[in-house]
Write a protein that binds this ligand. Sequence first.
Ligand SMILES: *Cc1c(COP(=O)(O)O)cnc(C)c1O
Length: 268
Amino acid sequence: MVDVDPTRAAALASQIKAVSERIAAVGKGRNVRLVAVSKLKPANDVLALVQPQEFGLKPQLHFGENYAQELAQKAELLPRNIQWHFIGGLQSGHCKNLAKIPNLWCVSSVDTLKKAQLLDRYRGEFISAFSSSSPESPAPEKLNIHVQVNTSGEESKSGCAPGAETVELCRAVEAAPNLHFLGLMTIGAIARSVATTPENENEDFVTLREQRDLVLRELGLGQDRKLELSMGMSEDFEGAIAMGSDEVRIGSTIFGTRPSKAEAKIKE
Ligand SMILES: *Cc1c(COP(=O)(O)O)cnc(C)c1O
């Protein structure tokens, strides 16, 4: 059982409401997905946002996590209608476990061909095992994928290099039978984030947009095919939306500052 503390639930509801209003104000009617980044925060916080109806809000179902094991544990404890996003540094060794989380909706940090192949293979195994064993439950779907691009060129950031490397990885993801290529993701440099305003364009976001256009062209994807941009976090999401972001990933502005990994608890 995961409990929800009413005082905490009210605070979270008011914070996500404020964030949603800020998104809507810059989005000007465009559909921008909000991924609530719950890493290092307890499952109790997630549950409070999945059922905020008493505060007059719609359920929040998209949540982002950075650590494979933490995601798996939360997914086990929490309702199945949550749509989980893995947004952290991806390791090959975690691809198998991740691909078998039935309601993992998207992996946003695919940066090598090998990891794309592993996710494709294990998602495929999972889908076929599922459909033969339990025809009555809903089969897991193809895994949505964002290819992560290292737009800032920083050593410390994951992601593939803009240009040929990005194009070739996107081509492989597009061709993978158990993956659905959704678009591109970047984190960007912190200094540029802090300086981002709706007026001051962030270079990382400019680069991601250019890479998206390059990939659309190089892969010959048709006019009606859209590739989305996942860019924007607490510090810079309004600027990111002004530059065409389709998905923002927001943690601390909703949940408050995070505990250290050693102090984090799955359940409170
Ligand atoms: C932690 C994290 C976020 C959220 O960061 P905040 O600054 O807390 O909003 C977004 N994206 C990624 C990839 C992250 O690791």
